[in-house]
Write a protein of this length. Sequence first.
Length: 165
Amino acid sequence: MLNKIFLQGRLVADPEMRHTTSGVAVTSFRLAVDRDYKDRETGEKKADFINIVAWRSTAEFVSRFFSKGRMAVVEGRLQMRDYTDRDGNRRVAAEVVADNVYFGDSKRDGEGGYGGYHGGGYGGSYAAPAAPAPSAPVPPPAYSAPMGGGNQFAEVEDDDGDLPF
């Protein structure tokens, strides 16, 4: 059997970390994942909002380093959970249990317009120190193709015939 999911999207809200009665960390968050196509009427892309649950060290990592608006890549599995709501009705919830969570953007991209770094596991928020201003990128040297159309490759002089693989 195979149950593997990869998702990339933005966090809808700050992740919420809790602990089980035995002290195991669990973090819940939602990802807004864009669909591949645009709506015919509005011309806008729609998004699916997917519930994610992370456990133990992955939960602590997400709670510490991710916040609303950050792009995340989630690797995990789909899980269906039955529960009874307040009115006594049986419900089924689909959620992704995250095995691994990766940054989907650079820190600078994630902070733009969404606030700073939130240390969820440490009570309160922490503004990360500002990074030094990047210097102007140096363009790579231009490639110039050999002229004249001659042989561009030289023979190896000391070839003993043994391949390295």
